[in-house]
Design a protein around this ligand. Sequence first.
Ligand SMILES: NC(=O)c1ccc[n+]([C@@H]2O[C@H](COP(=O)([O-])OP(=O)(O)OC[C@H]3O[C@@H](n4cnc5c(N)ncnc54)[C@H](OP(=O)(O)O)[C@@H]3O)[C@@H](O)[C@H]2O)c1
Length: 248
Amino acid sequence: MRLLTLIASTLLTALAALPLQAAEGTVLITGANRGIGLALAREFTEAGFDVIGTARKPDKASELKATGARIVQLDVTDPDSVAAMARSLDGVAIDIVINNAGVALDRGRELPDLDMAAIERTLEVNTMGPIRVMAALYPNVKASDRKLFANISSMMGSMEMNTWGCCLGYRASKAALNSASKTLATDFGKEGLTFVVFHPGYVQTDMNEGKGNITPAQSAAGLTRVIAGLDADDNGKFYDWEGKELPW
Ligand SMILES: NC(=O)c1ccc[n+]([C@@H]2O[C@H](COP(=O)([O-])OP(=O)(O)OC[C@H]3O[C@@H](n4cnc5c(N)ncnc54)[C@H](OP(=O)(O)O)[C@@H]3O)[C@@H](O)[C@H]2O)c1
């Protein structure tokens, strides 16, 4: 009897020493210090995930810190920053990577007065950024249970829904992100990876000077529910924040 008590207490001590693993898994969200990214960090924490949130300036990311997320420095346009992030997460299985960081810089300028520097920067952040992050974190996602990349694009990236023009660089950057996601879905779906593209709604954030018709919390609540429920059958799909399928 004494021996049994000793074994039980040793086992309990050993279990208590193990790092706590969130039941739902680990999610990494880029651009998580404000806007939709910050709201996603709050929602995924609430839903029982371990959250890793990235910020360009971690020391200024006080609201992200308040969620309890692990914060990692990341500028998606800087290959050294992306490599440093990947090194700091070496060996960490990441179930879901949400490429959320983005900019909209080229509004209000049309031919022949296009702002070429703004268009280039938009492509660099919105297209090259997520591609860099997916390449760098591929081993982490591959090693996880869910193996999911969720890319926050926009309905502005849809060809079929482009009925009113505007914002050449922003539209092109999201269309290229959609294309890259679709390509990776085809190439890596057979390895069990899932790539899904999202329109988060028209959301009241700094990006549109607070002009959206839903709050970041509403958008993130919908996205979290849909993303957490994805499986391999969703590979290569384009959804809105409520899970409605959108045309490419
Ligand atoms: N708001 C909308 O209505 C709407 C609609 C469709 C799609 N989206 C998409 O949703 C995503 C989030 O947008 P949001 O409205 O939440 O925008 P936001 O409030 O302006 O936040 C953008 C986030 O991206 C980060 N970011 C910008 N450049 C970065 C870089 N080079 N490296 C790393 N992080 C960078 C920002 O970090 P800093 O604080 O350091 O700048 C910030 O955390 C974007 O991809 C956007 O295109 C938004």
